[in-house]
Each structure stands twice: as C-alpha cells, then as structure tokens.
Design a protein around this ligand. Structure first.
Ligand SMILES: Cc1cc2nc3c(=O)[nH]c(=O)nc-3n(C[C@H](O)[C@H](O)[C@H](O)COP(=O)(O)O)c2cc1C
Length: 190
C-alpha cells in the first residue's frame, strides 16, 4: 500500500474478532512507530503490549487498586471492558528520560513525538491488515493504571490502542474530511 492510500484509508474501528495478531507482526508495527520524528532524538515513547489472558490479569490489578482507592464500580467495569474489547492492547507512554525532560518545552516536544509515533503505529497496523481503536479518557489518567504498567510517577500515558482484526459484523466507517484550510503565499507563475 502506498503511503497516501494508507493515510486515506486508515479508519478508527472498535469491533474486533477474537483472533490475536502474531507477536512478530506486533513487533514490526511497534518498530515502525519508533521511526517518528523527535526533537533532540529523545525517543520518549515507551510501549506496553498486553495480549490474551494477560489482559484479564492487568484488568484485575488495575480494578483492585481502583477499589482500594474507593473508586466507583463503574470505573472498574470500564477498565475491564476497554481491555477486553480487543485481543491486544498497546499503551503508549511518554517517559521522563532525564531532568531536562521536565521542562515545559521538552514535555510538549516529547508529547508531540509520541503522537507522531502513534500515527506511524496506526498506519503500520493498517498495512498489516489490522484495525485499531485509539482511546484516551479516564483510564489512561489513573495513577493505578500507570502503576500497573510499572511507569514512573512523572511518566504519562499518551494513548491506549486496541488492536486486532476487523470483526465480520463491524460497521463500515465512511471516510470524511473537509477540504484543507490552507493560506497560500505562493509566488505567482511558479
Ligand atoms: C488524541 C486522540 C484521542 C482519542 N480518544 C478517543 C477516545 O477516547 N474514544 C474514542 O472513541 N475515540 C477516540 N479517538 C479516535 C477518534 O474518535 C477518531 O480518530 C475520529 O473519530 C476520526 O476517525 P478516524 O480515526 O477514523 O479518521 C481519539 C483520537 C485521538 C487523535
């Protein structure tokens, strides 16, 4: 698939079949993510891949930590549902790799680099015939999720990506985009 086709035909989808992609395919997708641009070559992205019955184990750890902190049962149920909706989930986090990474400027640059890595990952998954669902929301912000993944207190989970194969009954999703909003300042005749 050429890059323009990949960009235009990738769609966020969340109805997965039960089949888990092979580990070597997942490794290839994650490796592709790491070719993203990143200022000062900080490579701030970290990936936590959870598959198969390990999803249940991770959901148990997060849910019981949430229960201990008095979080409502709905939050615990939601964590479990989000992890179980696909055969495979990749959490992408932004690591604080040195003291300079605590500055606001570096934090923004490192966050932007992580998002660029996520787009690479999504396009690579599309090339491999997988679908992906991008999610942010409450779960990635819980300290209990961060702790369960073994992240440092200053590390930030940027996204939770569910991956797998498209379920036969998955609704199709129309591509829709407005025309680009561009101000052209282009020499005449060029
Ligand atoms: C930063 C970011 C956060 C997102 N978070 C969620 C989310 O929490 N839940 C969700 O259903 N979709 C989420 N999405 C997916 C978007 O809803 C999706 O990309 C959008 O509908 C456009 O569809 P497309 O990706 O197929 O072009 C997120 C996307 C981005 C870029």
């Amino acid at each position: 698939m050429d890059v323009y086709t990949a960009i235009r035909t990738r769609r966020d989808m969340e109805t997965f079949s039960d089949e888990c992609p092979p580990q070597d395919v997942v490794a290839r997708i994650v490796e592709a993510a790491t070719w993203a641009p990143n200022h000062r070559l900080t490579e701030p992205w970290r990936f936590y891949v959870v598959a198969g019955d390990r999803r249940e184990a991770l959901a148990d750890v997060i849910a019981s930590a949430l229960a201990e902190s008095g979080e409502a049962e709905g939050a615990q149920r939601s964590v479990r549902a989000k992890l179980m909706r696909a055969p495979l989930t990749i959490f992408v986090s932004q690591a604080v790799t040195d003291d300079a990474a605590r500055s606001e400027e570096r934090a923004i640059e490192d966050y932007a680099a992580c998002v660029a890595a996520i787009q690479n990952l999504l396009l690579a998954a599309h090339e491999e015939g997988l679908i992906a669902h991008y999610s942010t929301g409450a779960m990635i912000g819980y300290p209990q999720t961060r702790n369960a993944l073994g992240l440092g207190p200053d590390d930030r989970i940027v996204a939770m990506l569910n991956l797998g194969y498209r379920h036969a009954d998955a609704p199709s999703k129309e591509g829709r985009r407005n025309a680009p909003i561009v101000t052209w300042d282009w020499p005449s005749g060029a």
